[in-house]
Design a protein around this ligand. Sequence first.
Ligand code: NAP
Length: 492
Amino acid sequence: MLTYRNFIDGQWVESISSRTINNVNPANTDDVLGVVRQATRDEARAAVDAAQAAFRDWKTTAAPTRGRIVNLAARLMEDHKEELAQLLTREEGKTIAESRGELQRSINVAEFCAGESRRMNGETIQSELPSNFAYTIKQPLGVVACITPWNFPVAIPIWKIAPALVAGNTVVFKPASLTPATAVRIVEIFEEAGIPKGVLNLVLGSGSDVGDEILNHPAVKAISFTGSTETGIRLYEQVSRRGARVQCEMGGKNPVVVLEDADLELAVESTAQGAFGSSGQRCTATSRVIILDQVADEFVARLATRAKSMRIGSGADPTTEMGPSVDEGQFNTVLKYIDIAREDGAELVCGGARASGDGLDKGYFVQPTLFDHVTPEMRIAREEVFGPVLSVLRVKDFDEAIQTANDSDFGLSSSIFSNDAVRIFRFVDEIETGMTHINSPTTGGEAHIPFGGIKATGIGDREQGSTALDFYTELKVVYVDYTGRKREGNLY
Ligand code: NAP
């Protein structure tokens, strides 16, 4: 059985820990990919120490040279795209088409960040004094920790590691415990691309143990975290207390608003894609439909037909449309929320149970589930489920639709289906989410476009696009006086 190893100071080293967990295929629990030895706190400290020791040389390596390594990693990911996509599907469960999409997004992000290495520009600023000016430079922070979830186990690490490295930081990468295999392959690719020793380190271990050790290490200057709001807020409180920089991208409860003039076919197909794609395990997954009364019956009927037609199965089968939940814990959480919704009085339209038979019994499959007549105070309308469960909330008019959409602690993504430009742009102005879509699903993003949420979803700088490097750099201001004389004006 393959045992995954940590990567510390340029060496693959097996943990001395006796605590192990199996890496299991969620579509077939007989299929064990490998074993993780849960790293110790000492090993986590060794990774931080290695990153700290490597910082000086990496910081003084020219940015385009750093970018070249990241670009080479992108090329290697492209060469290994199919192998990585197959591994991702086997480890996390998403369909092979979704895995290929995630790989392409990762390649695009790495390419984009590599390009940014030639644009790490500051600005030149005129002074109010003669023969004076100021300019700004961007400098790296030092050791950065990247703590990532299991749902995009390739793309999310890449969209943190690539900008961190390009900016001149050294990295300690702590992936989710459920996805060690893809994490190891990412680091192997950077190793093959020529990353110097100590610049990128990998620690496989539990969040509450090695994650906690990394957060509290004084040499770790910044933590970029993606995961649940519960963990993120706790982490933010802990880290900000010692003055380190934190970026948290967390949960969502993303609404789709459907107006009476919408193209219903498009709205139904896009909602199904947003709600059931990746088995609902996307931070941007659609989990609430807010629909005007007059078209609600027809929309619900069509959406139920679409949900019942979804082909559920192993993601490795190219005809599969929806894979399993990632593990037993997540599977039980989804079923628990289905029970809660029923008890709270939501009307089950379809789904609502484990999907079984036809080779599904050894996996964590849940039927695409639709609840109608959900009201805003129900838990199913307020809490993130992270499974293929969708709630329909009926409203009387556009104003109530916006108010209901904004009645959420979260603020990641949203979308509106309508052909009325006036109401579409009112929605854009008033919706409280970091990203919004017009006549398309709540999901999706591109490498060169900023990504992230507001309210309980996001803390700190946006990731990706023109903002990708913001979190990973400090701005230094330089004042230049070439008068050769004592300053006479501007004495404040
Ligand atoms: P999670 O349980 O919060 O874990 C995320 C990461 O944090 C994992 O690596 C985890 O390690 C680690 N961790 C847990 N406790 C920790 C602690 N005390 N100190 C340091 N690290 C700790 O989230 P998840 O279940 O993996 O991911 C699903 C969540 O991510 C959903 O809420 C989803 O919405 C969110 N998400 C958000 C975005 C976004 O951009 N907004 C994108 C994707 C996913 P272990 O695995 O070892 O516990």
